[in-house]
Design a protein around this ligand. Structure first.
Ligand SMILES: [Zn+2]
Length: 333
């Protein structure tokens, strides 16, 4: 049986004036790994470009930003010595500190750089990403060393306000805990051979597979939870804590390609999750999901509706195959 289950739904209505039948087709798909449903809708302009001046908005909130160079020392907390003796983990320009509003036992925030209050997607370079990811890798390792029961690590991002970020200054977030999130638990329960079969099927289908950057495979999600969703699979390790220097750099390379492509498509906001399972989990490939979110503008329409939040079903008006066609060349497709 095909891993790519989909059903074509036809919605019918009559035109108010002519009485002619209007047929709209919706494709219902199921994620090959988790069974999560997704509806691919006709293009409705839900993710249209915005002429909102993000740079001007950045300038209005910069004077009170706690992550900017003038305030980061005084306004961000430090780690207890058991996690980090210096209190903050740094790498290049990146700085990682505890989240003042934690989501888990160990919850971190890492800025790409205190000086980069305004950082549009096209300018998030490979080097900035590699350094910021490296602080999160160090954080996950430090927590594991201090508290071996906290085996579930993830690296995440809410980039810009529509994606759920409360602070404008661009940053990543890490969560390390004894308990997995719902999707970490779902992914960790997927039989190992299923991951291999999914990747192989995507390579063969060719429509959504974007490329392999060495040890990381990238593809446009068959059944996306969110718009223009991309996935990456890293079979060499199971937890962010196991990412070595070269894999971190390779992941940063892929992310920079993807974010550059988002910028070209007119997207300014994204969510990211790198879902770790406990270190050394046999057959689990560390995997990542990256998705665009609605652009910031007055009276904007959130891309997340009752379907996403309460039915746990994606509904997007950008077909995964279109995404792959638009951005695949960057990955060597
Ligand atoms: Zn700032």
């Amino acid at each position: 049986m095909s891993l790519f289950e989909s059903h074509l739904l036809s919605a019918r209505a009559l035109d108010a004036v002519s009485g002619e039948e209007i047929v709209t087709q919706i494709e219902l798909r199921f994620d090959p790994l988790t069974g999560h449903g997704s509806r691919i809708l006709p293009e409705r302009g839900l993710m249209e470009r915005s002429d909102f001046d993000l740079e001007a908005f950045a300038a209005t909130n910069q004077p009170t930003c706690p992550f900017c160079p003038e305030r980061i020392e005084q306004l961000t907390p430090r780690w207890p010595a058991a996690i980090d003796r210096a209190g903050r983990i740094t790498r290049g320009e990146a700085v990682l500190f505890p989240n003042l509003h934690p989501y888990a036992t160990y919850s971190s925030v890492s800025v790409y750089s205190p000086r980069l209050h305004y950082l549009p997607l096209a300018t998030i370079s490979e080097a900035l990403l590699a350094d910021n990811l490296a602080t999160q890798v160090s954080f996950a390792r430090a927590v594991l060393a201090a508290d071996p029961a906290a085996r579930w690590a993830s690296i995440n991002a809410n980039h810009m306000l529509p994606s759920g970020s409360s602070l404008f200054h661009p940053h990543l977030q890490g969560i390390v805990d004894q308990h997995p999130t719902t999707v970490q638990r779902q992914l960790a329960a997927v039989p190992p051979e299923r991951f291999g079969a999914y990747l192989e099927a995507e390579r063969l289908a060719g429509e959504r597979h974007l490329g392999n950057t060495g040890r990381v495979d990238w593809l446009a999600s068959f059944a996306p939870i969110a718009p223009a969703e991309l996935r990456a699979f890293i079979p060499a390790c199971a937890s962010p804590a196991e990412l070595d220097e070269s894999l971190t750099a390779e992941l940063a390379h892929g992310l920079a390609l993807a974010l550059g492509a988002y910028a070209e498509l007119g997207f300014e906001c994204f969510n990211l999750a790198l879902y770790g399972a406990p270190p050394a989990s046999v057959g689990y490939p560390l995997n990542l999901r990256l998705a665009a979110r609605s652009n910031l503008k007055p009276l904007y329409r959130s891309d997340s509706s009752f379907l996403e939040r309460l039915h746990w079903e994606g509904a997007v008006d950008i077909a995964p195959e279109y995404v792959a066609e638009r951005i695949g060349d960057r990955f060597g497709r």
